[in-house]
Design a protein around this ligand. Structure first.
Ligand code: ZN
Length: 128
């Protein structure tokens, strides 16, 4: 089987160690369960929460993404919808941010575990 690159593992939400096991138990559009993660990698048994509260750091990434989405949304409204009254910005931008919550939450955790956990990729056989 072809090995996944780190980028492919990030995009697919895979384990930072084996690039095979899923991080999350459900797909991101499952709005009630998008935040549920496996405790251990189903493929290589890596423990995902590296220490208690490990994923709190992911909130900073999530915050930065939210600000980014708001800025882009604000720009798009300004550029393409003729600079409306303040509510014309606030309602769609807040709406966007809420729609993007599951996506943000997950990409923040995926990036965080890949960038800051210190876990290195190693090729692993499937754990039996
Ligand atoms: Zn793994």
């Amino acid at each position: 089987m072809k090995e996944r690159s780190r980028l492919e593992a990030v995009l697919a939400g895979k384990c930072p160690q084996c690039h095979e096991g899923d991080l999350f138990t459900h797909r991101w559009w499952n709005i009630t369960k998008f935040d549920e993660m496996h405790k251990h990698c189903p493929h290589c048994e890596l423990r995902y929460e590296r220490e208690p509260g490990f994923f709190y750091g992911a909130m900073y990434i999530s915050y930065a993404l939210t600000v980014g989405i708001m800025l882009v949304g604000g720009f798009v409204i300004y550029r393409f919808f003729g600079d409306p009254e303040p509510l014309g910005y606030i309602i769609p931008v807040v709406g966007f941010s809420i729609v993007f919550v599951p996506f943000n939450f997950r990409i923040a955790r995926i990036l965080f575990i890949h960038l800051f956990s210190g876990v290195k990729y190693k090729k692993t056989k499937k754990h039996e």
